[in-house]
Write a protein that binds this ligand. Structure first.
Ligand code: ATP
Ligand code: MG
Length: 766
């Protein structure tokens, strides 16, 4: 038997081998929290304290769940397939599939991703003649998701004014519409599970008895609903119940904007009367200079639970900082550094490029592409989000659940088959009148519209009939043909890539059935899967479907349903082929929990990182600082940071001051790679001025202030730091004209961009 414990330090060992009681492991980045959690699962199973079916473990991403399963398989001679390890969404999906009837869902319910959710809300607003200027779809989407994340149905939301009251009504209508279509959004997966467990005592007690150990990684980022769900499952305050083992780091709480509540850590400690609070202070990930930077930065936050990190690794390389003149130059510098890392033997997949905002990746991607460096983008446009792939998925969804209106609308006239807006409107009116799905409403439409809609229905049903006995990959192939998608893109000039993406879906389906353990030839429409037989559903005395707690869990999903869930839930998974040695590009948010030999943090500019939105929120800059802490602590050996004076973002040129975070790092750990950009004496150069005039930054200029008449000597230069009586500190980003007509464009950071007449503005050199 493998000794699981010999690689642990004393605190880690204590945490791994705690008795079956609730515990909180509170520790900084890279201290081995995730490792402790995984090892504890293995140890519990290996020592026979619990069967694999008695464990539930929650991770933050699908990728993390996969990694945990792989590590467990390496540590234990058991099949980890069927273990309840996954994200909240993944696990709730599984729970609802198993108990779909009790949850009042159709067996083939489908998951709406946020894009589909938004288009559904738009349709809803239109159908109800709601003014979308007054009630923007995005606001309503946020309102609904936010309410659900707090566990509130429409009838529980308090509305204080007419606008909110209307939002609540729309929330109610939205939920009814989802129910009619047999679809659930992400937040609904959790809320439905929570409500089912709450109202159904026998079912709740079954799961409470079953999950003797519930382990949660990244606990600091749970929201209220997730915490309440955990409380129910752990049997808090009830007769039965397992132990909740939570690991987290308050300094890495970075999802407040999505309702995460770091207060759950202290609530947990209090409510579960946690006696086992273990802190891990040894960091195993990063070299000294990197760790010092992280520690010193985060010390600027108030309201911390307080913990330290130390490392036995030496100082290592200093943190390299580069100031670029533009985002293009920043990308060039990245390429050079990466090439030299690779020349020194680094593998590409051990190099990460992080950015605060997705929009930053375009320039970097372009440069990497030009330099022929393979890369993978996490959380960007994912494979399953591409238009052609979504079209194919929509056909598959209709075959599984024809009442999914989003899927119906997406492809009813794609490829075009002469079904115009008029026909759709007639159909929508019929569906509205009878309160049924669009698909079900087709027979109520007469005339030419009716017959063309009818032939679409025939196409879907024909494909369903034709594929009845086929395994998933073959089924996908048939659907690509029958839908007309392949022919359509075949006729398109630039369609080759799209066809390739569509064909890749057959491979995706093949991998999926293999990985999920569906029998190779198992018909796509049918469930349950082969290895689930041992746990066939049994009914308890109340007629509730329950399972022998020690049997492997059955999954009632057909291969098709499972594949469609996977397509909707698969969040942040990489675009590139698995196994390819590629550079890793991602936002700082999606880097949580990961580690790399070398990390580049780009775009460290005021307004970008910390993000400008942070200044509007209470605690906003602290949250940005935690995000920066997460970014720094991803690095093992090498850390690079960069910022630019000028950047094009969302089609606008911005002039930037360097991030305040640089002032919060320990100078001895840093190495400034570029001298501050050479002075460009005013009058010499007419650089980006024309650009600037049309940029949004330039639009703040209206309030250019003229204070007193004063002749300024020709000494101002671009890049110089200045102080203005009213706007505070700033940086000159451009100068136009000369002599008495000279005007400077100055970025005052928090006060914004201003254009000042140099002969009148009262500026002081800093
Ligand atoms: P984060 O807060 O970023 O999620 P974490 O606390 O979960 O970090 P891990 O990812 O579990 O930290 O561990 C960080 C690194 O340190 C991993 O590479 C892990 O294998 C290694 N590590 C953890 N504990 C030990 C140990 N006792 N001996 C050697 N290496 C260790
Ligand atoms: Mg971790």
């Amino acid at each position: 038997m493998q000794n699981l414990l010999h690689n642990l330090n004393p605190e880690q060992l204590a945490a791994v081998t705690l008795p079956q009681q609730s515990a909180l492991i509170l520790a900084g980045a890279g201290s081995g929290k995730t490792r402790v959690l995984t090892t504890r699962i293995a140890w519990l199973i290996q020592t026979g304290q619990v069967s694999p079916a008695g464990i539930m473990a929650v991770t933050f991403t699908n990728k993390a769940a996969k990694e945990m399963l792989t590590r467990l398989s390496a540590m234990l001679p058991i099949s980890t397939r069927g273990m309840w390890i996954g994200t909240f969404h993944g696990l709730c999906n599984r729970f609802l599939r198993t108990h779909y009837r009790d949850a009042a869902l159709p067996q083939a319910f489908q998951i709406l991703d946020s894009q589909d959710q938004l288009s559904m809300i738009k349709r809803l607003l239109k159908a109800n003649n709601v003014d979308d200027e007054k009630y923007p779809a995005k606001n309503l989407q946020y309102f609904i998701n936010n309410a659900k994340d707090q566990g509130l149905r429409a009838n529980k939301v308090e509305a204080y004014d007419p606008i909110e009251r209307r939002m609540v009504e729309l929330y109610e209508l939205y939920d009814q519409q989802c129910q009619r279509e047999g679809v659930v959004d992400f937040a609904e997966l959790l809320l439905r599970s929570f409500e089912l467990l709450q109202r159904n005592q026998p079912l709740r007690e079954h799961y409470q008895a079953r999950f003797k150990h519930i382990l949660v990684d990244e606990f600091q980022d749970t929201n209220d609903l997730q915490y309440n769900l955990l409380k129910l499952l752990a049997g808090h305050g009830e007769q039965f119940g397992g132990a909740l083992f939570a690991v987290g780091d308050d300094d890495q709480s970075i999802y407040a904007f999505r309702g995460a509540n770091v207060g759950n850590m202290s609530a947990f400690e209090r409510e579960f009367r946690v006696e086992n609070l273990i802190k891990l202070e040894q960091n195993y990930r990063s070299h000294g200079h990197i760790l010092d930077s992280a520690n010193q930065l985060i010390a600027n936050n108030s309201k911390r639970l307080g913990k330290n990190l130390r490392t036995d690794a030496g100082h290592g390389e200093p943190v390299r900082i580069y100031e670029a003149s533009s985002d293009l130059e920043e990308a060039q510098w990245l390429i050079e550094e990466i090439k030299s890392l690779i020349a020194d033997g680094a593998s590409r997949s051990e190099i990460a490029i992080l950015y605060r905002s997705n929009a930053q990746s375009r320039v970097i991607e372009h440069a990497l592409f030009a330099a022929a460096l393979p890369y993978t983008v996490y959380g960007g446009q994912r494979y399953f989000q591409r238009a052609e792939v979504k079209h194919a998925i929509a056909y598959l969804q209709l075959m599984d659940n024809p009442h999914n209106d989003s899927a119906f609308l997406r492809v009813v006239n794609f490829p075009t088959r002469g079904i115009g807006m008029r026909s759709i409107e007639t159909l929508q009116a019929a569906a509205e009148q009878y309160r049924i799905s669009l698909y079900a409403a087709v027979p109520y439409v007469s005339g030419k519209s009716g017959s063309s809609l009818g032939s679409f229905v025939k196409l879907v049903e024909g494909a369903r009939f034709e594929t009845q006995q086929l395994a998933l990959p073959e089924m996908v192939r048939v659907v690509l043909e029958a839908s007309g998608l392949l022919t359509h893109y075949g006729n398109e000039k630039e369609g080759a890539d799209r066809i390739e993406n569509l064909e890749q879906m057959v491979s995706a389906a093949t991998h999926f059935v293999q990985e999920e353990g569906f029998g190779q030839g198992a018909p796509a429409h049918m469930g349950p899967r082969a290895d689930a037989q041992a746990g066939e559903a049994i009914l308890n005395q109340d007629g509730i479907e329950v399972f022998d707690a020690d049997a492997p869990l059955p999954t009632v999903m057909s291969p098709l349903s499972a594949f469609l869930s996977h397509a909707s839930l698969e969040a942040g998974d990489a675009q590139a082929q698995a196994g390819q040695d590629a550079l890793q590009l991602m936002t700082v948010h999606s880097a949580k929990g990961l580690e790399f030999d070398a990390v580049f943090i780009t775009g460290l500019e005021e307004g970008l990182f910390p993000h400008e939105s942070s200044s509007r929120e209470l605690d906003g800059v602290d949250e940005e600082r935690r995000l920066m802490y997460v970014a720094i602590t991803r690095a093992k050996k090498r850390l690079y940071m960069s910022f630019t004076q000028q950047r094009m973002l969302h089609g606008q040129t911005r002039y930037n001051m360097k991030s305040r975070f640089f002032d919060e790092l320990p100078e001895p750990a840093l190495k400034w790679m570029s001298p501050r950009v050479q002075a460009q004496w005013f009058g010499n150069k007419k650089n980006a001025w024309d650009d600037a005039k049309f940029s949004s930054a330039g639009s703040d200029n209206k309030i250019a202030q003229q204070i007193t008449q004063k002749q300024t000597g020709p000494g101002w230069r671009i890049g110089e730091s200045v102080e203005h009586a009213k706007f505070g500190e700033g940086v000159i980003v451009n100068i136009e004209g000369g002599g008495g007509n000279a005007r400077a464009q100055i970025n005052f950071g928090r006060a914004g961009m201003k254009v000042l007449d140099l002969s009148v503005a009262k500026l002081e050199r800093l």
